[in-house]
Design a protein. Sequence first.
Length: 182
Amino acid sequence: MRQNFFVKIYELFRYKLPRFFSNIWVFRKSLWDFRWYDYHYTLMIMQTSLDVMANNIEKKGIEVDSSRLKKVAKMKRAVEIIHNMDGIHHLEMAEKELGKLFQSDWEFVPEGNDLYSMKDNLPKKQKEHNKKVFDRSREIETQEWEELWEIFKGQKHEEYSKSNGVEWDDWFDGSGMNTWWD
């Protein structure tokens, strides 16, 4: 009983506390920025975690390359998608496809009693172009969001058992968060 106590104390100081402080350092930006009221911060923590996991499995992983590198590629894609959720990346992607947004000179129109409304002075064609760019941006965001959860969910293993002789390495695409371990 007494020996067990000393082993636990040793593990605390030798492994657990250093790992705790190391984790604080790794997640410092996510922890500093974290707010309970927005899912974005949860994604930031997940992005940091997946980035660390992907890099370590890629460099230090002991699994065979054929499946390990597929997993790493899916992890990195998930990190990229989460990064794209931050800020205006989807809008920039849509602008690359369809052309830059037109900037408007907003006019403030008085409505009485110290109230004003904003009036967009863009010509109709430019407004239509901007709407197409914003719509495409939302489309890209939705596609990437769905892709992210497909990556986490992974393939259905029942499909492999029905695949009649296809090799595992040929069938497995690296997705499935529950397979990401070393």
